[in-house]
Design a protein around this ligand. Structure first.
Ligand code: ATP
Length: 238
């Protein structure tokens, strides 16, 4: 069987400068796969290209056996592929609940949407407590939960998370990582982009290391954690 997501020889450029240079990777159904790399490695560019927000220079992206590299972004969401963006991008003046409902914009199965809203509230009780509050009053960690909740509201088969740990306290980060695991258990496949290599690799079935636009290493998450080059470059060890 082909992988759920297959990226082949993908090149993405801003003007003349290639930010992603011919990368290939795959995400198998049911897995948590992580892309790790330092600032500017091309992680966000890769996710935004998969989401259809940027068009690639060359290469292909297939989701469940179908080419999606020329499919409009909103249709990609409808196919079951959602992204929780870096920097959250919630709508600050809208209420928490309104933000969550936006995640379900492409759906008309109202009963299932209500169930998914309940599930988001179960995973993140703070969202229920403050459902009527403007989202802009939330702390960074709370906004991250809201962004994840919103991405889940499209009932994705594959959820892509862009640096969910950014700016969070270690405790909050643990909570987010635990939620990633819970989502996996509930049947969601996850592509996790992280600068925090330690947290991401611990969780990941498979990891890819991205350096200035190229994949330089890949392997099972826990194996990469013990890899000397990864430890030196990403885990702050000598
Ligand atoms: P970070 O963790 O800092 O977000 P990243 O791995 O996600 O880094 P990208 O944001 O994908 O990296 O950036 C990859 C490269 O592309 C960088 O050199 C960046 O400066 C460049 N880049 C990103 N967005 C644009 C843009 N809109 N226009 C021009 N160059 C860009």
């Amino acid at each position: 069987m082909s992988p759920m997501l297959e990226v082949s020889d993908l090149t993405v450029a801003y003007g003349k400068i290639a930010a992603v240079k011919g990368i290939s990777f795959a995400v198998e159904e049911g897995q948590v796969v992580t892309l790790i790399g330092t600032n500017g490695a091309g992680k966000t560019t890769t996710l935004r290209t998969i989401s259809g927000l940027i068009r690639p220079e060359s290469g292909s992206i297939s989701f469940q056996g179908k080419r999606i590299d020329d499919v409009p972004a909103h249709e990609i969401v409808s196919l079951g592929l959602a992204q929780s963006p870096e920097g959250r991008r919630i709508f600050p003046r809208m209420s928490v609940e309104e933000n969550l409902h936006l995640g379900a914009f492409a759906r008309n199965d109202h009963k299932a949407v209500a169930e998914d809203l309940e599930e988001a509230f179960e995973l993140f009780p703070i969202l229920r407590e403050r459902r009527k509050q403007p989202a802009g009053t939330f702390s960074g960690g709370e906004q991250q939960m809201l962004a994840m909740g919103r991405a889940m509201m499209s009932r994705p088969k594959l959820l892509m998370l862009d640096e969910p740990s950014m700016g969070l306290s270690p405790l909050m980060m643990q909570k987010i990582m635990k939620t990633v695991r819970t989502l996996q258990r509930r049947g969601t496949t996850i592509l996790l982009v992280e600068q925090n290599a330690q947290a991401a690799l611990k969780l990941a079935d498979w990891g890819y290391v991205l350096e200035v636009g190229s994949i330089v290493l890949d392997g099972p998450g826990r194996e990469l954690m013990t890899n000397d080059a990864v430890r030196k470059a990403y885990l702050g060890e000598d």
